[in-house]
Design a protein around this ligand. Structure first.
Ligand SMILES: Nc1ncnc2c1ncn2[C@@H]1O[C@H](COP(=O)(O)OP(=O)(O)OP(=O)(O)O)[C@@H](O)[C@H]1O
Length: 259
């Protein structure tokens, strides 16, 4: 469970990234965060694994206030909270297997990691994770030989190998074409349902948000301006979240635009 209690974040230059957020996200939910550029979506997501540190209020992950975390506690948090990025963040010159087994870093001792002494169980988990996103045949390929969609699937396999409770995805499909975006979102949704991993995704496109989310949180100017089931959301809701009328380019994630 993730609990934001009166959470705010002011960046060192005075910009308010988050303003008095009160949100609880329960285990196993699939939440999509929407809002225009600069609304605070990345700041919200990145506060949960302390890539940014909130400046007011209390932020609890599985009951524990994470704001004072340092050292081992912080490393354990980041093992428990996996992250997927827009640009995949793979080590490009390394093999797919090396990238995916890196998901075990938080579980394996430093010396074993340095010597690359992974257990049979870890290697098997990495391979099974690749199979789950249907890319095991690329296990020996170099990461930079893969397409964007394939690289994002490898990054999902890396997170699965990490065995987290929570998965954060910051614009995971922003660099992909619509059909590939749907494929990546479908894998995220399947993993969420099969493993009950709480999943929080930032998305730009309305159609995509409505298709995959259980719950939509709308942000504007660092505030949560909408929070409800995806089934209740209409185009009008998006207009309220965005504070303007919907444009064609806000919707381009849909199948209609696949060709
Ligand atoms: N490191 C930083 N220092 C100062 N201001 C920042 C920093 N990072 C983000 N901001 C500001 O905080 C606000 C929220 O940014 P954030 O990146 O969370 O928005 P976003 O909704 O994810 O937008 P985008 O989709 O463009 O990334 C914006 O005004 C942004 O300019």
């Amino acid at each position: 469970m993730i609990e934001f209690n009166n959470v705010s974040l002011t960046y060192p230059n005075g910009t308010k990234g988050l303003k008095d957020i009160n949100v609880t996200i329960n285990k196993g939910e699939f939440v999509v965060i929407v809002g225009l550029s600069g609304a605070g979506k990345s700041t919200f997501i990145r506060s949960i694994n302390r890539m940014v540190t909130t400046t007011d209020g209390e932020l609890r992950v599985n009951g524990d206030n994470i704001l004072p975390y340092k050292g081992k506690k912080l490393r354990d948090l980041r093992t428990n909270v996996g992250m997927i990025f827009q640009h995949y963040n793979l080590v490009k010159r390394s093999s797919v297997m090396k990238n995916v087994i890196a998901g075990r870093l938080g579980h394996t001792g430093t010396l074993r990691t340095l010597l690359q002494l992974y257990s049979k169980e870890d290697l098997s988990l990495a391979y099974t994770s690749l199979q789950r996103v249907n890319i095991a045949e690329k296990v020996h390929a170099r990461a930079d030989e893969l397409s964007g969609g394939q690289q994002q699937r490898v990054s999902i396999a890396r997170v699965l190998t990490q065995e987290p409770d929570i998965l954060l995805a910051d614009e995971p499909v922003a660099s992909l074409d619509p059909p590939t975006s749907h494929q990546v979102m479908s894998y995220l949704k399947r993993v969420n349902q099969e493993d009950q991993i709480t999943t929080i995704v930032n998305l730009h496109f309305i159609d995509m948000a409505m298709e995959y989310a259980d719950r939509i949180i709308g942000m504007r100017g660092g505030e949560v301006v909408y929070d409800g089931p995806a089934s209740d959301v209409t185009e009008k809701t998006f207009e309220e979240i965005y504070g303007r009328t919907i444009r064609e380019e806000d919707k381009v994630g849909g199948e209609d635009h696949a060709s």
